[in-house]
Design a protein. Structure first.
Length: 237
């Protein structure tokens, strides 16, 4: 095995990882990377992820952009889109250039900038991302977006699920990928309930979005590999 896979459990830890020359898979199951996967699967032309709300606001007055902003799970006033996957399946998504800023997911994407390739992963496109990685002959770091710098259950579980699919081609880099894999193996047959019991899901439940959580824990709903090209996330052809 010539390649390796490692897991960073929070953007606060990413400086400990050498990303140069590697593929970074950013994951924010609830909900940013599930939303991005859904939008590209439904024909969005590109997604421009931005960390800062001020930067997203600049696009509101530019022609040709659909803008989304979320903080603490709630839509920011003045932005037409929120962070629910169900709003990225509609007719206006096809061919759209979407600008999005979210609490955790877009932070992790920006903090992955030095990587050779940045992919966006979710349970919705688990196998597609794994199969693409197998064609690349590169080391991988799974960058979990977590919640406001803290570790979370669902992103760690995704890391374990991706490792399960890559363990024949990628050696496990240190203890974290082993932990993620063991955790995934222990609960994978009860994924929906496990994530429904997570702190993140309980926070979001207060906003009445139980159906989003159920949707984001479906495996292989879409065959799409979102990859950063310059400042845009596009579907790999
Ligand atoms: O909108 C979401 O699902 C979360 C909100 S929060 O983390 O619970 O505040 O944002 P995301 O960036 O998608 O993790």
């Amino acid at each position: 095995m010539s390649n390796s896979i490692d897991v960073c459990l929070s953007p606060k830890l990413i400086d400990l990882y050498d990303l140069e020359g590697k593929i970074v898979v950013v994951v924010d199951i609830l909900r940013a990377t599930s939303v991005m996967t859904t939008a590209l699967a439904h024909g969005a032309k590109e997604i421009i992820p931005v960390e800062k709300l001020e930067v997203a606001k600049e696009y509101l007055t530019k022609e040709g952009y659909l803008c989304a902003a979320e903080r603490g799970g709630e839509q920011i006033a003045g932005f037409p889109l929120d962070n629910s996957p169900f709003n990225y399946m509609k007719d206006n998504i096809k061919g759209a250039s979407i600008v999005i800023t979210t609490t955790n997911g877009t932070v992790a994407i920006e903090k992955s900038a030095v990587a050779d390739q940045i992919l966006v992963g979710s349970f919705l496109n688990l196998t597609s991302v794994a199969e693409y990685i197998k064609t690349q002959n590169k080391d991988v770091v799974v960058h979990c977006a977590g919640w406001k710098g803290k570790t979370n259950m669902e992103d760690t579980l995704y890391a374990g699920a991706l490792i399960e699919r890559l363990q024949s081609t990628h050696a496990l880099g240190c203890d974290t990928p082993h932990m993620a894999l063991k955790y995934w193996e222990a609960v994978k047959n009860d994924l929906q309930q496990t994530v429904a019991d997570s702190a993140h899901a309980k926070r979001l439940n207060k906003l009445n979005i139980t159906k989003d959580i159920r949707f984001c824990t479906q495996i292989d709903e879409y065959d799409v590999v979102p990859k950063m090209e310059g400042t845009s996330l596009v579907a790999v052809k």
